[in-house]
Ligand binder design. Structure first.
Ligand SMILES: [Zn+2]
Length: 69
């Protein structure tokens, strides 16, 4: 079973773990992740963005106020 397809320009076609869409990971992107010793992303940019926004909501500092009175 193959989850990713290597392209001629060194990029890779990967299948998003969330929406099953196919997205391209360029060679530059791969090198960026490898340089930081990170795993290559398993989600397409739009799903990553959604997760990022969700994460920001969870962690928003001072987002909640205790109202007394
Ligand atoms: Zn996706």
């Amino acid at each position: 079973m193959k989850q990713s397809v290597r392209l001629l320009d060194g990029g890779e076609l990967r299948t998003c773990a969330d929406c099953n869409d196919t997205f391209k990971l360029t060679l530059d992107s791969q090198n960026w992740f490898l340089a930081k010793e990170l795993d290559l992303p398993r989600r397409c940019p739009s799903c990553l963005q959604k997760r990022k926004e969700a994460g920001n909501r969870w962690r928003s500092p001072g987002g909640e106020r205790n109202v007394r009175g």
